[in-house]
Design a protein around this ligand. Structure first.
Ligand code: ATP
Ligand code: MG
Length: 426
């Protein structure tokens, strides 16, 4: 092994730009990346308090944000969420400034003290549908951070589903990456087959909507303004039913088994679901298939319905169920390849991290089991579905593997969209 390979291994660094969370950090973190929300806050620098404190930061990111929050009315204006469906608009300068800040935050936080450090080998992962300008902008941002702080020796950018395949060491597979805003379904045969990709306009945020409605029904309507709380409650109590009708029946019959009391961490608030525990199944089902008639009444009273949206020349389907989406994607690949793809379906992303509590096995299932059941219902039996370990982090892990594996002399090529963009020479 050459010394440069050893250096790259030592200073491999990964970045996963998610719509809601930015996952980042060096190889030394092991299995779990660091994580901050993908957002920035622009404080009102004209305020007297701000001047008294001598603060100068224009965009605040990371765990300090809550300390800067001012009156609630202008929160929406000052809090910048830079991505929609994994994309930053080209001319949204504030959004790009936030991306610069979160990127810098991560790299500075993990700046090594070793003498031999001359910058990380950074692999950044972005949405498979990200346009070319996002690659250009991200290269610029890393170059700028390197000029300012000497933190980046080389950077490369890969699509998130490819990162997942790499982390799982699979060359032929279908990757479902389901995050907060949407779901990308990518058949991969050595490289993502772009014309076969199917995208859904459905992700964890939709599960939050139905969770908010359930909280209203339970009499906790005053809490639903706090998206964070809704999300915590969803992650704690949401369940994926093997079969929604049967699960609801079960839940109404075995009320005690579904009963749960959720304590909001750090507060005195308790949310008691009482006899309504069966509603927990509505949350998980919605992610996989929102077509059950029971959801009609929620839309009627104003819950946002997952809609088809067109982004660039691509449609993000609102209502297509997950199994249908996989079949749709696989059918766009060569017939000979199709059986191999069905045999390796990989689920990744936080929106697949549903748990099965003790005592509810069989009625509630994990995401992989749910997919298997749904595929079977559509007549596709010879499938193998696996859920990545800690699905929220698999993209980041793939980034680290990629940083370690791609040799230095493989430099960035705009045609292939692969290789290292190298900033500093020894
Ligand atoms: N245990 C869990 N059960 C259910 N949902 C979960 C769980 N853990 C995380 N999530 C959900 O996963 C989503 C975040 O996933 P992830 O970090 O993969 O998204 P992202 O990368 O920020 O977004 P995207 O991939 O859409 O750009 C959130 O909606 C979160 O509530
Ligand atoms: Mg993601």
């Amino acid at each position: 092994m050459s010394t440069i390979d050893a250096y790259r291994r030592k200073y491999a660094y990964g970045e996963d730009y998610g719509t809601s969370d930015f996952k980042f950090g060096p190889i030394t973190l092991g299995e779990t990346p660091d994580i901050i929300e993908n957002r920035g806050y622009i404080p009102d620098t004209s305020s007297i308090m701000y001047k008294l404190m001598g603060a100068t930061r224009k965009v605040v990111v990371g765990p300090e944000i809550p300390l800067y929050l001012e009156a609630r009315e202008d929160l929406a204006e000052r809090m910048i969420y830079p991505m929609r469906n994994g994309i930053v608009d080209l001319n949204d300068t504030k959004a790009w400034e936030v991306i610069y800040e979160i990127t810098k935050y991560g790299l500075l936080k993990y700046k090594p003290k070793e003498r031999d450090f001359k910058g990380f080998y950074v692999t950044a992962a972005i949405s498979i549908i990200a346009p070319k300008y996002m690659y250009e902008k991200l290269f610029e941002i890393h170059e700028r951070i390197n000029e300012e702080y000497g933190l980046v020796r080389a950077v490369t950018i890969i699509p998130q589903p490819l990162a997942v395949a790499i982390a799982q060491k699979k060359t032929t597979c279908v990757v479902l990456e389901s995050g907060h805003g949407n779901t990308q379904i990518s058949p991969i045969s050595m490289y993502p087959i772009r014309r076969a990709i199917v995208t859904l306009n459905r992700g964890g945020s939709d599960a939050n909507y139905i969770t908010a409605e359930i909280l209203r029904d339970l009499g906790y309507g005053d809490l639903v303004q706090e998206e964070k709380l809704v999300r915590m409650f969803k992650e704690a109590v949401g369940l994926v039913p093997a079969d929604l009708n049967k699960a609801i029946e079960f839940g109404k019959r075995e009320k005690e088994k579904l009963r749960t009391v959720f304590k909001v961490p750090g507060t005195r608030i308790e949310i008691d679901m009482g006899d309504q525990g069966w509603m927990r199944f509505l949350i998980g089902e919605y992610v996989f298939n929102p077509n059950h008639e029971i959801y009609e009444s929620y839309w009627k009273r104003g819950m946002p319905r997952p809609r088809d949206v067109k982004i660039g020349d691509r449609i993000f389907y609102g209502m297509m169920d997950m199994a249908e989406a996989v079949i749709e994607a696989v059918q766009r690949t060569p017939i000979e390849l199709q059986p191999y793809l069905y045999r390796e379906i990989i689920l990744s992303g936080g929106n697949f991290a549903w748990k099965v509590p003790q005592g509810l096995e069989g009625v509630a299932v994990d995401a992989a089991t749910k997919m298997r059941i749904m595929m079977k219902e559509k007549g596709i039996e010879n499938v193998s579905v696996s859920l990545t370990k800690d699905p929220q982090y698999s993209v980041w892990r793939g980034c680290i593997v990629y940083s370690v594996a791609v040799p230095d002399d493989y430099t960035w090529n705009w045609e292939r969209m692969e290789g290292w963009m190298i900033f500093t020479k020894e």
